[in-house]
Design a protein around this ligand. Structure first.
Ligand code: 13P
Ligand code: SF4
Length: 299
């Protein structure tokens, strides 16, 4: 039996659902029950009917699933799969920031630790940030952590000014305006999609800044037959699988998130067999973080 089939058999025996982020390896996406962006996977994690959730992605994503499912077992195949951006701010630093800005609302990107979410009034993902941030009055002071680029992008879209924490994604810093210009020269007429985690000049040089789920929807709906993609290259697997008649070009093959690649079929199999590593979030952090995530899911 193939490793893929053994994993499916074990998942059924364990009553487990396998969730995979769009950036994971292609063979991991293929064995998963659901593949999606952070918002789609958080929604799925909140509603799935399973005893065990195996999260193939990075740690904060599994932690979010654990926050939303206090009664379920949440597993991560490789617990060292972290997100450097999420680690660019601590709960203590959010408390200090709030103390300097009394009256401000603290908003965290979902790419943050449970400890940081617990200090925030609201959570957003790249897929819903504009919609969620619109619900705040225009004159509400906002502290946005940890991603300066997503925060700056939404502030620009809404014509508002936020206090931005200087966090960033190292993978999305690899892409440059020059890289986009060269990709356009290679594929004239192809629309360029980038992730809102890219720097401002890169977002301005692109045609659309979209979450990975937004890119999948764009690819489905557009009449364009060639599309240039400026995000982690793992998404190309899903885009090509869902749109075999279209051609997708990465701006650069170097846009790889090493942590997203840590989940393999081998460690996924071991995870299901040994039911490890279990992801837990201690109380009262979990309850406070859940309030910020549920406030987001309610919008
Ligand atoms: P998405 O929610 O758009 O999938 O983004 C997650 C992420 O980590 C981007 O780097
Ligand atoms: Fe974090 Fe960037 Fe990797 Fe996304 S791509 S998980 S933001 S390091």
């Amino acid at each position: 039996m193939s490793l893929h089939d053994e994993i499916r058999q074990l998942a059924a025996a364990r009553k487990a659902v396998i969730l995979a982020h769009n950036y994971t390896r292609g063979d991991v996406q293929d064995v998963a029950d659901y593949t999606g962006d952070s918002l789609e996977l958080a929604r799925k994690a909140a509603t799935v009917d399973a005893d065990v959730i195996v999260f193939c992605g990075v740690y904060f994503m599994a932690e979010t699933a654990a926050i939303l499912n206090p009664g379920k077992t949440v597993l991560i195949p490789e617990p060292s799969a972290g997100c450097p951006m999420a680690d660019m701010i601590t709960g203590e630093q959010v408390r200090e920031l709030k103390a300097k800005h009394p009256g401000a609302k603290a908003v965290c990107y979902v790419n943050s630790t449970a400890e940081v979410k617990a200090e925030c009034d609201m959570c957003v993902t790249s897929g819903n940030a504009e919609r969620v941030m619109k619900t705040f009055p225009a004159d509400q002071e906002i502290l946005f952590v940890p991603d300066q680029h997503l925060g700056g992008h939404i502030a620009n879209l809404l014509g508002r000014t936020y206090t931005l924490w200087p966090g960033y994604c190292p993978t999305h810093q690899i892409i440059t305006v020059r890289g986009i210009d060269e990709a356009r020269a290679r594929h004239p007429g192809a629309p360029v999609l980038v992730h809102p985690e890219c720097a401002k000049d890169v977002r301005q040089a692109a045609d659309h800044a979209l979450s990975t789920g937004g890119m999948c929807a764009f690819a489905r709906e557009t009449d364009a037959t060639e599309i240039i993609v400026g995000t982690e290259t793992g998404i190309l697997h899903r885009l090509r699988k869902e749109n075999p008649e279209k051609t997708f070009y990465p701006v650069t093959e170097r846009m790889v998130c090493p942590n997203m690649k840590k989940t393999t079929l081998d460690n996924l199999f071991d995870c299901l067999r040994g039911l490890k590593t279990v992801v837990t979030v201690p109380e009262p952090i979990a309850t406070r973080a859940r309030a910020a995530v549920e406030a987001m899911l309610a919008i």
